[in-house]
Design a protein around this ligand. Sequence first.
Ligand SMILES: Nc1ncnc2c1ncn2[C@@H]1O[C@H](COP(=O)(O)OP(=O)(O)OP(=O)(O)O)[C@@H](O)[C@H]1O
Length: 343
Amino acid sequence: MTSKTTGTHGAVLADTPPERDRPIVELRGAGKAYGNIRALHGVDLAVHPGRVTCVLGDNGAGKSTLIKIISGLHQHTEGEVLVDGEPVRFGTPRDALALGIATVYQDLATVPLMPVWRNFFLGSEMTKGPWPVRRLDIARMKRTADEELRNMGIVLDDLEQPIGTLSGGQRQCVAIARAVYFGARVLILDEPTAALGVKQSGVVLKYVAAARERGLGVIFITHNPHHAYLVGDHFSVLRLGTLELSAARADITLEQLTNHMAGGAELAALKHELAQVGGVDVDALPATDPEIPAPGGAAHDATGSAAAPGSATAAGSAAAPGSATAVDTTGAADSTASAEGKA
Ligand SMILES: Nc1ncnc2c1ncn2[C@@H]1O[C@H](COP(=O)(O)OP(=O)(O)OP(=O)(O)O)[C@@H](O)[C@H]1O
């Protein structure tokens, strides 16, 4: 087991450089039941340093439940969660944070009327002087917040301005820089672009990429395949609590990812219904084939046997590293397609 040291800000940091091929966090067949409700089932996921793992899914797919398990808010009820190869069961978010797993939630826990620098250190203020005359070290907090934001490429005009006056995108960026400063090795971003316009989303995605450049493992939760594809290294699509798709970037195109997210089969059914209503030229709509074309034109193997390296596999068969695994919950038949059109 890797020996560890305690970082300057309380997080436990590995004392050896992170190995890119070794996941920091890994889920093996993990799941969660709330009483009789099985919210998540049999999920495999690996978060590597310096890579962005995107978790996509529609409403109720199980994204929040997944975040809650990894961030220590809820305990998994099936499978395993491993950190640095060791099985863990977090009691509180503090346990996850101590291992360097930080979560930036959509509704950021900030105090809108407080200055940016004050929010940066909220709950972990720097102090100076001996007790009982210990007081806030305001100058050092301002200087450090300024340095850390600049390190992430975030330049704000005035750190004295209330954080509530920043745009949603800027506030997300401050939260990301804060998590990095306080020793995060894994950053969980809960739909950071959900409430943002195109330009602001671009700003946030830039800092997601910056966090990856700094060697963090990023879990990027989103509904938006376009945003995911701009920064993602791996894509996991959840559907009704199970992993419907797990694909490395090299094995899936944006079009295929979008189709999976949209639920190609459901879109096809919707197109059929629209055709009955009339007034919609369904033939002019994009194709809705839910299957992932196998790279190189190899056929899917829906029987559960191992597919050729680099090909897409269905029905939960063991896939070679780096290959796309389409878990076919419907038991659909084979399809053969080309891998043309990759971005
Ligand atoms: N505390 C809970 N008690 C009972 N059921 C829950 C609880 N939390 C979530 N669920 C159920 O688990 C399933 C997955 O929910 P979850 O919130 O994880 O999905 P989600 O993908 O995050 O959805 P959204 O995008 O709408 O937030 C849903 O059917 C939901 O109703």
